[in-house]
Write a protein that binds this ligand. Structure first.
Ligand code: ADP
Ligand code: SF4
Ligand code: MG
Length: 332
């Protein structure tokens, strides 16, 4: 891998709740290189958004980083002040939020909101900022950009709003882009367009990108590498090909079975039985054991470490090799 843009080491984030600490992110480590797209995949509640927000210096209210370190382009950003984050955010690392309607200001035109990036960070004048905003809107495929500049967000379709968010995120030429479930609310055709657009921008600018999804199918086409998240941990990593062809964690196997294929008419085959654990009191041993068809006694007692299965390929399952080779029968 060429230059490492983002390095996350053993990151843990907790919420203070009336019932005690809720461990939303429990020791997460990964890297993103220049020109590389990492997909973070997992069911709802697995800690994807809390991780993403923390990487952007937007640790949620009532949450705190309990341990670990985040390094962006070699700079430790874990303890930055709000002011330092405001300078970094948008410039070096930018994010496309899960819900563009709540991320955009409904009472300001989209042109104003895009141009604001140039006014605020580059101190450019109104005219120049608007000119650059039109250019960006064209780049992200918003038709009739010049005229649409003065429309408010509600005048745009879901897909077009997502493009506006992408334009804002790309305005200052960041090196790293995080897209948190950028296509969840969109229909399948528009999803494909948005993913294609992100991939094009990522390739053209050699961006490091993190694309977050609950759907393993969505990321297969959009990413180079995958990190599968469960209950605040990364349970499997590898290239897209490695993870799809030889999954090494039973949770990944479950997610793959839940991916709709065109032949099923787009309906999920079978979701994984059971619910993700209560993060106020995660189960002893492997957090996946109550739902795991492969679980044995050891799984209920010993929390599995990451097993290295190759270069940048790992699984946090006691029986990773067996899962990979399909030897494990699930009994015993
Ligand atoms: N404001 C909050 N207060 C308490 N717990 C929260 C809050 N936000 C998220 N959580 C908990 O943190 C965990 C991870 O949430 P999140 O990162 O949003 O999951 P994902 O994005 O993977 O769906 C969940 O168990 C969720 O219930
Ligand atoms: S460690 Fe055990 S319970 Fe956990 S995923 Fe592996 S087989 Fe399943
Ligand atoms: Mg989320």
């Amino acid at each position: 891998m060429t230059g490492v843009l983002l390095q996350v080491d053993d990151l843990a984030v907790e919420f203070d709740t009336p019932k005690g600490p809720l461990r939303a992110v429990r020791g997460v480590s990964f890297q993103v290189g220049e020109g590389e797209t990492l997909a973070i995949v997992g069911e709802s509640g697995s800690g994807k958004s809390v991780t993403a927000h923390t990487l952007m210096g937007l640790v949620p209210l009532r949450a705190r980083i309990v341990s670990g370190r985040v390094t962006i382009e070699g700079r430790d950003v874990t303890g930055l002040s709000d002011k330092e984050w405001r300078e970094l955010r948008g410039e070096r690392i930018a994010m496309i939020f899960q819900d563009p309607l709540s991320a955009l200001n409904p009472s300001l035109t989209v042109g104003y909101q895009i141009a604001e990036m140039f006014r605020r960070h580059r101190r450019l004048g109104r005219k120049e900022s608007r000119r650059l905003a039109v250019g960006l809107m064209e780049q992200v495929g918003i038709p009739d950009a010049e005229r649409r500049l003065d429309d408010h967000p509600h005048r745009f379709s879901g897909g077009m709003r997502q493009r506006v968010m992408i334009a804002i995120a790309l305005a200052l030429d960041p090196r790293l882009l995080i897209a948190d479930e950028p296509t969840t609310a969109l229909d399948v055709t528009v999803q494909a367009q948005i993913l294609r657009l992100l991939r094009q921008r990522q390739r053209a600018d050699r961006l490091g990108m993190i694309i977050i999804s609950h759907d393993l199918g969505v990321v297969a086409r959009a990413a180079d590498r995958v990190a599968v998240m469960y209950a605040g941990r990364i349970v499997e990593t590898g290239t897209v090909a490695e993870v799809y062809e030889r999954p090494a964690h039973p949770y990944t196997l479950g997610l793959m079975r839940a991916v709709p294929t065109p032949r099923d008419g787009g309906a999920p085959l079978e979701a994984i039985d059971g619910q993700p654990p209560d993060l106020l009191a995660p189960p002893d041993g492997c957090a996946f054991h109550p739902r795991c068809p492969f679980a044995r006694d050891k799984c209920r007692e010993v929390d599995p470490e990451q097993h290295e299965l190759g270069p940048r390929r790992a699984s946090a399952c006691h029986f990773a090799e067996e899962v990979m080779t399909g030897v494990h029968t699930g009994h015993g």
